[in-house]
Design a protein. Structure first.
Length: 176
């Protein structure tokens, strides 16, 4: 498959009628508002999650968002703008391609990943480039790497060894 074919396949999949994001924009805003209003009010992440079971249910639908919120909570930092929507879009794409295995690069061992993913995870100076990886344990040719740093694309989707570079934008960013 040529790279243009991978891009065409991806665009057809994204715009098919049966694909909806894991969470709506309104639900993302609810999570962000809830986090902003409550992350300094409790001592532990489990206490934070108990404050509102409906918000917790939404957070748990998105593996990257859960990991990001937990990391920010534990360091008592605010959420970075746009991070949760990036996680929602990455999870949505991962679901489209049955990329059911999730790896939080901050809390995982590199040796646990498929070997073909490893060359894409480190910069020349051997620093880790990504936050999250989604892959299919039955098809290592398809995987998604979510970067979360300002110096690269937001994610790379590998479809049958061809790369589709992804840049996620929320409504405000698109308007600006």
């Amino acid at each position: 498959m040529m790279n243009n074919s991978a891009l065409n396949e991806f665009l057809c999949d994204v715009y098919s009628d049966d694909n909806k994001t894991v969470l709506s924009g309104e639900e993302v805003k609810e999570i962000e508002k809830f986090y902003k209003e409550n992350y300094k009010n409790v001592n532990t992440f489990s206490e934070f999650l108990k404050l509102d079971p409906s918000i917790t249910k939404k957070i748990k639908k998105v593996k990257g968002a859960y990991a990001e919120i937990e990391r920010q909570f534990n360091s008592k930092n605010a959420l970075q703008p746009g991070t949760i929507i990036e996680c929602v879009l990455a999870q949505t794409i991962a679901n489209m391609y049955n990329l059911s295995c999730f790896v939080d690069s901050f809390h995982s061992y590199i040796r646990e990943l498929p070997a073909n993913v490893l060359p894409y995870l480190r910069a020349e100076e051997n620093t880790l480039l990504c936050r999250y990886i989604y892959y299919d344990p039955n098809n290592y040719n398809n995987f998604l790497i979510q970067y979360g740093n300002p110096t690269s694309y937001d994610a790379d989707l590998f479809l049958n060894n061809h790369i589709v570079k992804l840049e996620f934008k929320d409504g405000l960013a698109r308007a600006g």
